[in-house]
Design a protein around this ligand. Structure first.
Ligand code: TXA
Ligand code: MG
Length: 338
């Protein structure tokens, strides 16, 4: 299959290009689309055959459930089974009101309208509304929810630009809309509401601090956000080696200096622009000033650029804000539990 790549303006998307994507989706096909986090591989969430194409292109094991992206808030009650009397459901809806559209995914009880294949037989569904103008325009023009995992082959690094999607899925999917680099560079924060608390299942651009502040403002008890994924909640698919590039990745702590291994071609993923020891074949700096938001945006592209050496030494960043999401991805890339 030939993969068409259409450039599209990230701020004011050309309706004709949007229509090309919608045409593929209407046929039950899949399209690589930019979101504000990473590029997604989108298909009609309510059409099992389209969802099956997503799994097939990604070579993703079918036990790993997909995020359902809504065109409008009004779709929530059609894909979920939430009640206004349940305080956890109320809290989940307020959370959506505060952070949608944006890089926050909320896990809620599902409705029967959602195919089993999407949620891998779970009784919950992960929902989100993207605020990327291109994703939003395609989803609204299509008029139905889109299932969209990150547009990489299973277990590999998430794509943050159109070229990455082609690298991952070229020849397997009919169309990619290329709107340049994504803003956040790491996947959305995933939250589950339980017993009046927020459980962060995956760290992301909506940080624990942001969630805590929001909880405090509404007079809640505080959230488990700052302590991260220490909730004992199993997240299907959050397995070791999840974000692994081809090369071996080893972590370098904040207080350590990266030392290249003799006899091996070494790459260095540096947390800032400070002077490094020589001996690395390739060096990428996440952010010269050590800015965590910039680092997150660069993370996956730089891991890709470093790939090809024997070993990548990756410096962990400060364990605060979106830095926690970065470190979690690095620990997974190194094949360790976060
Ligand atoms: O930023 C993002 O979230 C991107 C863009 C494309 O929207 N999508 C993304 O999807 O990262 P994916 O499929 O690569 O990661 C979704 C994660 C998986 O780890 C999956 O196991 C988890 O969400 N997930 C999906 N449904 C779930 C559920 N019902 N309960 C708990 N975890 C769930
Ligand atoms: Mg993924």
């Amino acid at each position: 299959m030939e993969t068409r790549v259409l450039a599209i303006d990230p701020v004011s998307p050309d309706p004709e290009v949007v229509a090309e994507a919608v045409a593929v989706l209407r046929q039950g096909g899949v399209v690589g689309l930019p979101t504000e986090t990473v590029y997604g591989l989108a298909g009609d969430a309510l059409r099992p055959e389209a969802v099956a194409r997503i799994f097939e292109a990604k070579e993703r094991p079918s036990f790993d459930p997909l995020i359902v992206h809504l065109p409008k808030r009004e779709w929530l009650h059609r894909v979920s089974d939430m009640s206004d009397d349940m305080s956890d459901d109320m809290l989940a809806k307020q959370l959506m009101g505060a952070f949608w559209p944006g890089p926050l995914t909320v896990v809620v009880r599902r409705s029967v309208a959602v195919p089993d294949l999407v949620v891998s037989g779970l009784d919950t569904v992960a929902v989100r509304m993207s605020d990327h103008p291109v994703f939003g325009a395609v989803c609204r023009a299509f008029g139905r929810p889109l299932a969209a995992p990150s547009a990489n082959r299973f277990g590999r690094v998430s794509p943050t630009c159109g070229a990455h999607v082609v690298e991952e899925l070229g020849g397997r999917i009919p169309l990619v809309l290329d709107a340049g680099n994504t803003a956040h560079g790491v996947e959305s924060t995933i939250v589950l509401v339980r017993d009046g608390k927020l459980r962060v299942l995956r760290e992301g651009p909506v940080t624990g601090e942001m969630l805590e502040e929001w909880m405090n403002e509404r007079g809640g008890e505080g959230s488990s956000g700052s302590s991260g994924a220490d909730t004992g909640v199993m997240v299907p698919g959050q397995m070791e080696f999840h974000y692994a590039p081809g090369a071996r990745v080893e972590l370098v702590g904040l207080a350590e200096d990266p030392v290249p291994r003799t006899g091996l071609r070494c790459g260095l993923l540096a947390r800032d622009g400070a002077e490094r020891r020589p001996g690395f074949e390739r060096v990428r700096v996440l952010s010269a000033e050590g800015d965590l938001v910039e680092s997150a945006a660069n993370l996956f592209a730089m891991l890709r650029e470093l790939d090809g050496v024997d070993i990548i030494l990756a410096e962990l960043v400060e364990e605060r804000g979106v830095g926690r999401a970065i470190n979690e991805r690095l620990r997974r890339a190194a094949g360790r539990r976060p």
